[in-house]
Ligand binder design. Sequence first.
Ligand SMILES: [Zn+2]
Ligand SMILES: [Zn+2]
Length: 389
Amino acid sequence: MKALCWKGVNELSVDTVPDPQILNAQDAIVRVTMTATCGSDLHLLDGYFPFMESGDVLGHEFIGEIVETGPEVRRHEVGDRVVVCTFIGCGRCWYCEQQLFSLCDNANTNPAISEALWGFPAGGCFGFSLVFGGFTGSHAEYIRVPYVDHGAFAIPDGVDDENALFASDTAPTGWMGAELGGVQPGDVVAVWGCGAVGQMAARAAFLLGAERVIAIDRYPDRLAMTKRHAGAEVLNYEQTDVPGELHEMTGGRGADVCIEAVGSEAHGTGLTNIHDQVKHKLRLQTDRPTAVRQAIYSCRKGGSVFVLGVFGGFVDKFPLGAVYMKGLTFRAAPQHGQRYIPMLLDRMAIGELQTAHYATHVLPLDQGPQAYQMFKNKSDGCVRVAFRP
Ligand SMILES: [Zn+2]
Ligand SMILES: [Zn+2]
């Protein structure tokens, strides 16, 4: 089959790779009908996540059709049109029972690296290197889906592919930021990053009752999109002092909930940003926490900060003093999609939630290498590329 493979830092190619096989009784093989690029793929592309091997297939957000099932698959059959959660959960371990699916104890068949890195084994994730189990990614014609009864969800007839696609990763991630960030009716919510996840977090905040959402980015087209589709007020951080502006906009109190949807390759302005960029280039720090710092600084006393952007290592100048002195709740997590996907599909079916516009470009897989360059450089107004393999 055809697949988009990582060959080295900033080097991708469309190759012919072996077709996936059923390896365990609870596996299914899914023919991928649509798969999206994600900001976290860029950390892999750039080599900031140093556990990729040449030939690894990228991609973790996808929908498709089940074409083969293992003997113990109960809830799905061949022909089902499904959205598959990015993270793999066994559905039975203690973590899965607590609905902490991305922390599943059984999904990652290669726990050693993450045990050494973080003290505990990471969960399993499609297309995200050996650290998350070495599962093949979705930028391919077919994919093996382990524990398919727990990770795949039938797409309602009324939901088209372009919307359903983002129920795999983007929508549950954004939703979780707003929900676990503790958004309450009447809240003022600030969101850093207007990529698809940030836009979704803004929309979710409104659906959970926020009165105002203020979104922060530096790309005018992404800001305009967040204003248009999510109804957020927007700030361009290259044109304004964001903490000062937020202070002003909230009558001096600060935002109730701050959601960071940027991740480890954040940009910024000012001295701390230059310091971060230099340390990052010299590999003296693994992640740039520019937006995290600003979220902590801009949050009201007693408020809540939720980090959705992907971080893998250490950060510099983490303002622990501000977290402590302001009595903040600080949380972060990869998404527990299995918890949210059925609800999100229901909201899509009644037209309450639209996500199709995140895919600003829909292309064949053959154009993968160029598509990733466009996505990385955010050229041509690119928010996300979706492939139809
Ligand atoms: Zn993702
Ligand atoms: Zn589990």
